[in-house]
Design a protein around this ligand. Sequence first.
Ligand SMILES: Nc1nc2c(ncn2[C@@H]2O[C@H](COP(=O)(O)OP(=O)(O)O)[C@@H](O)[C@H]2O)c(=O)[nH]1
Ligand SMILES: [Mg+2]
Ligand SMILES: [Zn+2]
Length: 319
Amino acid sequence: MRTLTTHGLVVRSTGSWHTVLTDDGTTVPCKVKGNLRLRGLRTTNPVAVGDGVSLIRREGDDTAFITDTDPRRNAIVRRASNLSKQSQVLAANIDQAALLFTVARPETTTTFADRFLAAAEAYGVPAMIVFNKTDDLNAQEMECLDGLRLVYEAAGYPCYAISALDGTGTSELSEALQGRLTLLSGHSGTGKSTLLNRLVPEANARTAPISETHGQGMHTTTFSTLYPLPQGGGLIDIPGIKGFGTFDFKPAEVSHYFRDIFALSHDCRYGGCTHTHEPGCAVLQALKQGRLAPTRYASYTSMLSDESESKYRLKDFTT
Ligand SMILES: Nc1nc2c(ncn2[C@@H]2O[C@H](COP(=O)(O)OP(=O)(O)O)[C@@H](O)[C@H]2O)c(=O)[nH]1
Ligand SMILES: [Mg+2]
Ligand SMILES: [Zn+2]
């Protein structure tokens, strides 16, 4: 019997079934060849959303088999627990990450955003901030947005202000997403599904009023989905995972994950300055002089003193 071989991109991954978008544009349900499964001993899934894969399909069969995966550039990994050796690859080959940030309804805190950005730095993934629901903000909230935009642009992050609902600002955002795989993150209720539906006409992502999103389905097993963009690239939604989650870090490294603080730290008098109390600290001086946002500094010190259990470990971030 004739077999056909082809190559594609994993767009959905639900346990033992994978949906692959082949290079010639067809969508094929796939299973993984047994010998490939053995290769991913440390992860429960050797094939993840974002992986490039080789397929074989017997002529006449609806199902194909994944025979090989392309080398990964990076992988976002969730560990079952701190003690567990097993981990789950949530997404692979991410080019960039976008945080959907709502000033109000629901409120996104700067602490949350700064931790997200720090995790992105730790992964080596470029990040951007997308302020959503601009149509819904009053004058004071709009002022707050403008202030935050200045803070994050000064820290070195591209910012966009959009309304996923009415489409304001989304064409500029589209350009930044074109041709890249973007991890879309944000609290539930910030408009991820609404944005997906706007940018990917056939996404059919379920949107929910905020009241319905709380406490529902938050801890159920979640499957990542890659929504290919019409102009190339795609958006990856990992329901229930807000960004990268927390990650392991050494206190001395925290400042490396804050671009603005790291840049300032070159002028600190002492090497190994923690920027908390040292004389001649350029970070503290910038803070005092209003050149560093107090919210950024507060997030830095909160991470520095953070000893909370982490579900994510840096050493597992790339495979
Ligand atoms: N006013 C306004 N509401 C929005 C906007 N984007 C999303 N929403 C609403 O916010 C709620 C949550 O949106 P959803 O896309 O389900 O958020 P998700 O949980 O991040 O996927 C829904 O009622 C949406 O209609 C926006 O730009 N403006
Ligand atoms: Mg949603
Ligand atoms: Zn310092």
